[in-house]
Design a protein around this ligand. Structure first.
Ligand SMILES: [Zn+2]
Ligand SMILES: [Zn+2]
Length: 228
């Protein structure tokens, strides 16, 4: 379900104005459908107006809350405010005020997969559905709901012809780790949610960018993410 962009825009502007922060002259809000590496962006035009872009994933992705979406919108809005273009100085003060007043978590750029953060490398969507063919053992992974994920029982396996797809239940458990050491392309992880001295060696390609020793990680739906 697409979020109501117009309403959210209005709410954000009102909330900012309500605590006495003056918003700059915004020429346009654009929904960016191609942005893969940022949530939002604010550009100052030569005529002194501002153009704000918001990644459409924020509006489309149901896993992203309205609040997280607004955090990005307000993050960008604050860039239009007086001396707010940089994340230091005034922007930081405005953001803190918004956070204190409304309970937001507006931050400058950080690494990780937290929602509402611009300029980070988004993690790919987690695999949600796994199906195996009862005939030949072929496995299909799907990240989104589709006709197949709904009606897989009726589908024929293109490899062996069997109509015998079975859904494999995903492990819905969440595990927590800390990065104990990094060794080239691998990292040693240790569980922090249970008592265990066992280390798990994981290829860094599977881990979020920006990890270092001591980084806290969450493992959920076959994906690792950084905990703040
Ligand atoms: Zn920013
Ligand atoms: Zn098959």
């Amino acid at each position: 379900m697409m979020k109501d962009f117009e309403r959210l825009k209005k709410e954000c502007m009102e909330e900012v104005a309500d605590i006495g922060i003056e918003i700059g002259n915004i020429k346009e809000w654009k929904i960016n459908t191609r942005a893969r590496s940022m949530w939002g962006q604010c550009k100052k035009n030569t005529d002194g107006t501002y153009s704000i872009q918001i990644a459409d994933r924020l509006l489309r992705d149901d896993r992203i809350s309205e609040k997280a979406c607004k955090e990005t919108m307000i993050h960008e809005l604050l860039h239009t405010c007086k001396e707010g273009m940089k994340h230091t100085g005034k922007w930081k003060v405005y953001a803190r005020e918004m956070n204190e007043e409304y309970g937001y978590n507006i931050k400058r750029t950080t690494s990780g997969n937290e929602k509402g953060i611009e300029n980070y490398k988004p993690k790919s969507l987690a695999v949600k559905y796994v199906f195996t063919c009862g005939g030949c053992g072929a496995t299909i992974y799907r990240k989104r709901m589709s006709k197949f994920t709904k009606y897989y029982r009726n589908y024929r396996c293109t490899r062996c012809g069997a109509v015998d797809w079975r859904r494999k239940r995903q492990n819905m458990e969440t595990w927590y780790y800390t990065v104990v050491s990094i060794d080239g392309d691998y990292a040693n992880l240790k569980r922090t949610d249970i008592e265990s001295e066992d280390l798990k060696l994981v290829a860094r390609a599977l881990l979020p960018e920006g990890i270092r020793e001591g980084t806290q990680l969450k493992y959920e739906l076959m994906q690792y993410s950084i905990l703040d």
